[in-house]
Design a protein around this ligand. Structure first.
Ligand code: FAD
Length: 543
């Protein structure tokens, strides 16, 4: 089996230093991942470097929906709705285990939102623009039907509702799957390598200076350089002396995670709040998560935090919509905060800014892409790679990514996924796992979940859950370039957000195994555990 192992880092670093690439991609979020896969699969010799870990930036901190963006219809962004709306079904087809159909309930409250008839027409247009299949098209509900769907809703406020189709995913897992696929297509990819400057020949970029976290800096030679650095795009434009004209406008979005029993919504809900915004409540495994906020942001980008005001806003919105739940800040068991790398538009508020992506090209040849959505990553990549191919003489094949399935053992439809999960449940029975852990394994690792469970079954040194976490760790070190505790607990498994007790329970054991497998020097284990504790604390303490 081809590996994308933590132990390959050294080999990949040597390749980056010694080979000449057609394309260097800066940034291992969903945008960079998509570009690397598209470029490598069209035959460009491609490299990608990420300064922290894959999906460290916004791509592990979104609402985790592959969605058409109903709110963009309100803003009359028909082109955007059409593109991301139709991308949903494509991305679902590429990874049906990871991009999972989710029916969304849209309650229509008295004196808020668009009202029944406008919503009905709006959703019809939404379905039409996105080319939604007949069986998935929107269904309008009466007041009684809406309350039956979700009895927790504020009864006297509801006029009716609607059900429409979206998809949920795990953003960081989607990013790592695309990264792994790009590596299978021949791209050379390394995390923990920062681009610190560019290399020029006669005023044209011919590469970049790269600094690995654990090694000397070196030059990466590449004919074309694309910056997919998300919120950091303007920093690289600054280094390239090309930060002029349009600029980024960062807005912060926060989500809070609650135990499912504290907010036992029956399905995903998209509801209006007092200030005219809309937020999601999405059940996931043993939790329900709620978000998002949308506020202007000008502070540090490397450690974005949820504040007390962010958490209060979300808890207040939930209590107003579901009055029987009586939540408080103490019910929050985890949270995350992310930055939208949007394009600034004079006079527009955070929520009014367009989510459309844009490509900037500097005089020296730096291509930067910003804006956009997780959902639109494939089309964004296509536009960037088309530009590179055109510069390259236009001789390469057209885009192929709508046919490249994600995963070593891809599934072709939801029926295959559900049969697999069923068989995994039987296989894993001796491990005595909690109920939500089986779908979690399929959604996270696809067909490779079987390898993980088989490895856990061999380990007889402790309870099943311990064996499982160590088997997950071994897999992520061997196949997903995990280098740190937070790589594992935050971005590969999402346990910090959705099963935080498991992090607390197993962090010492996992750190011990990392120390051996990753040959950590003396002192590193303690340092990693301290860093993990900072993340654990920031997820629940708001100031
Ligand atoms: P990032 O994910 O931030 O990646 C950029 C990467 O570049 C980072 O990992 C960073 O470390 C790296 N980098 C920066 N500088 C350097 C350097 N010098 N050298 C090397 N590497 C570098 N979209 C959806 O479709 N659905 C949703 O549900 C959704 N919800 C959202 C909710 C919130 C709160 C937010 C903030 C966004 C949401 N989005 C959603 C939008 C989506 O998440 C983003 O558009 C997307 O993740 C941006 O990805 P990116 O790769 O461009 O940026």
């Amino acid at each position: 089996m081809a590996t994308f192992s933590s132990h390959d880092r050294k080999i990949n670093l040597q390749k980056l230093a010694n080979q000449k690439f057609d394309l260097l991609v800066i940034g291992g979020g969903i945008t960079g991942a998509g570009i690397a896969l598209d470029a490598a699969s069209r035959g460009l010799k491609t490299a990608l470097v990420e300064k922290v870990d894959f999906a460290f930036g916004t791509s592990s901190r979104s609402t985790k929906l592959i969605h058409g963006g109903l709110r963009y219809l309100k803003q009359l962004e028909f082109g955007l709705v059409r593109e991301v709306g139709s991308e949903r079904a494509i991305v679902h087809g590429l990874a049906p285990h990871l991009v999972v159909p989710e029916k969304m309930l849209l309650p229509l409250a008295e004196k808020r939102g668009l009202g029944y008839w406008l919503t009905s027409i709006g959703l019809k247009i939404y379905d039409w623009l996105a080319g939604v299949r007949a069986e998935d098209r929107r269904r309008m509900l009466t007041r009684a039907q809406t309350l039956k769907h979700e009895p927790l809703l504020k009864n006297d406020d509801i006029r009716g509702g609607a059900i429409y189709a979206e998809y949920r995913t795990d953003d960081a897992r989607l990013t790592i799957e695309i990264i792994k696929q790009a590596a299978r297509e021949g791209a050379t990819i390394v995390n923990y390598v920062t681009v610190t400057d560019f290399v020029y020949d006669n005023g044209t970029i011919v590469g970049a200076l790269a600094k690995p976290i654990d090694d000397e800096g070196f030059t990466i030679s590449a004919q074309y350089v694309v910056s997919a650095a998300g919120p950091w795009v303007d920093e690289l434009r600054e280094i390239n002396h090309s930060r002029m004209g349009k600029r980024l406008h960062l807005t912060k979005g926060v989500h809070v995670v609650l135990p499912r029993e504290k907010l036992p919504v029956r399905q995903a809900i998209y509801f209006d709040v007092e200030d005219g915004r809309m937020i999601f409540a999405i059940p996931r495994g043993r939790t329900t998560y709620v978000g998002t906020t949308d506020t202007n942001y000008n502070a540090g980008k490397d450690n974005v935090l949820a504040t007390r005001a962010d958490a209060d806003y979300l808890i207040k919105a939930v209590n107003a919509t579901f009055p029987s739940v009586h939540l408080s800040l103490y019910d929050i068991e985890s949270s995350w905060a992310g930055l939208r790398p949007l394009i600034h538009e004079e006079g527009k508020s955070a929520s009014e800014l367009s989510r459309k992506d844009e490509i900037f090209e500097s005089d020296s040849g730096l291509i930067s892409i910003a804006g956009g959505k997780l959902t639109g990553y494939r089309k964004m990549a296509e536009r960037v790679v088309n530009l590179v191919v055109k510069k390259h003489g236009g001789r390469l094949s057209p885009v192929k990514t709508s046919k490249i399935q994600l995963g070593r053992l891809p599934f072709h439809n939801v029926q295959e996924v559900s049969r697999f999960t069923q068989s995994l449940r039987q296989l894993a029975a001796p491990l005595q796992l909690a109920d939500h852990q089986i779908p979690y394994l399929t959604e996270s690792y696809g067909g490779d979940a079987r390898l993980i469970v088989e490895a856990a079954l061999v380990d007889k040194t402790g309870p099943g859950d311990r064996a499982l976490i160590l088997a997950e760790l071994d897999y992520c070190i061997q196949h997903e370039m995990v280098c740190t505790l937070t790589d594992f607990f935050v971005r590969r498994t999402g346990l910090l957000y959705f099963d935080v007790a498991r992090v607390r329970q197993w962090k010492q054991v996992v750190a011990g195994r990392c120390e051996v497998l990753l040959q950590w020097p003396a002192g590193r284990r303690l340092q990693e555990l301290t860093e993990m504790d900072v993340w654990l604390s920031q997820a629940v303490n708001f100031s």
